[in-house]
Design a protein around this ligand. Structure first.
Ligand SMILES: [Zn+2]
Length: 67
């Protein structure tokens, strides 16, 4: 359950989520954790869930946000 603040922040950042067509590209892709709104760069999407390095939560691929 997201708080209003989290919801407002995530809509400010952008509403696009990682999906099956998201590609990291040569320089990686910056993705945002929906739990703590901090980001990290990934270089491939060959995973179904990724642990956030900031809050430690396990986040499903399609819940990560892309800028
Ligand atoms: Zn996080």
């Amino acid at each position: 359950m997201a708080t209003y603040q989290e919801w407002a922040m995530s809509t400010t950042i952008g509403s696009k989520n990682v999906n099956s067509r998201t590609r990291a590209g040569k320089h990686g892709k910056f993705i945002i954790c929906p739990q703590c709104n901090q980001g990290e760069t990934v270089y491939h999407f060959a995973w179904s869930a990724l642990g956030c390095i900031h809050c430690g939560d396990m986040i499903e691929k399609n819940e990560w946000r892309v800028i």
